[in-house]
Design a protein around this ligand. Structure first.
Ligand code: DHB
Ligand code: FE
Length: 283
């Protein structure tokens, strides 16, 4: 039986991926963030998951205004590196897991969700930033990745409650997969940031800390909030923390934070998190 051993949270801003490519991890600007990845990399090397289910969003790379799926699952055997306009990052294609991804798709549809099933889904910074910060890819990526992209860009976007329930459906799907696989769920993006308008540059570290506390202890209370609440507290683009609610929904009610880091020197409040799953059935 496949099982979820833990949940991770990571930023996905493109500047972090660029810092990886330029080997700037130890510069004064980036060190406080990349030091926060070290315990996560060590945890992943210890746990050696077979598959990462990666909750992120497309940034008008694979989808555009003509078609925007609310939820989309990448079922390809291999995911291409997208060109976001300045050339592809120097990364090899990311291995997928077609069989588990197809099972997930089938299971969540039976469970009342209707994702787009994507046989080709080039990955942009939403997926590649966290993957390249958390894993080494030479000689090959050490893990298979199932990208699940959620529309957080263009309203109507799914409610926080819907994302939390979607995570729980993913947990039920993983638990009903026959093969013995170790799975990690990864929520990406956030935390507080606003990249447009009058509040450009808005960051609220107090809210970000409260968000991470409640994500561990009382995620239901976050799932009960409205988009407006997240936007007021954390800024317009921070609404993408509903991706972290997908991740949290895929874990047991009881989890333990074994690593947490926060850095906000840039335009975005970066949170990094490891939640160990203490077991139990899906909600
Ligand atoms: C930026 C882009 C993102 O998608 C994000 O989540 C945070 C920051 C950026 O362009 O800086
Ligand atoms: Fe983003």
């Amino acid at each position: 039986m496949a099982r979820i051993v833990g949940g991770l949270g990571s930023p996905h801003a493109p500047s972090v991926g660029a810092a990886v490519d330029r080997h700037e991890q130890d510069t004064p600007y980036w060190k406080p963030l990349f030091d926060g990845y070290q315990p996560m990399r060590a945890w992943l090397e210890r746990e050696r998951p077979d598959v990462v289910v990666l909750f992120s969003n497309d940034h008008f790379t694979s989808f555009f205004l003509d078609v925007i799926p609310t939820f989309a699952i990448g079922v390809a055997a291999e995911h291409e590196i997208a060109d976001e306009g300045w050339g592809k990052r120097p990364l090899p294609p990311v291995p997928g897991h077609t069989d588990l991804a197809s099972h997930l798709a089938q299971s969540v549809v039976a469970d009342g969700f209707d994702p787009a099933i994507c046989h080709r889904l080039p990955l942009d910074h939403g997926c590649l930033t966290p993957l390249s910060a958390l894993f080494s890819w030479t000689p090959t990526w050490p893990v298979r990745v199932i990208p699940i992209l959620v529309n957080v860009l263009h309203f109507p976007i799914p409610t926080p409650a819907r994302c939390f329930k979607f995570g729980a459906a993913v947990r039920r799907a993983v638990s009903s997969y026959e093969d013995d696989l170790k799975v990690v769920v990864l929520g990406t993006g956030g935390l507080s940031h606003q990249l447009v308008g009058e509040r450009f540059g808005h960051i609220d570290p107090v809210w970000d800390a409260e968000f991470l506390d409640r994500l561990q202890d009382d995620p239901q209370s976050l799932a009960a909030l409205e988009h407006r609440d997240f936007i007021e507290r954390g800024g317009s683009e921070s609404v993408e923390v509903i991706l972290w609610l997908c991740m949290r929904g895929a874990l047991s009610p009881k989890v333990r934070t074994v690593h947490r880091n926060y850095y906000h020197a840039t335009l975005t409040g970066y949170g990094q998190l490891i939640l160990e799953d203490l077991g139990g059935a899906a909600r």
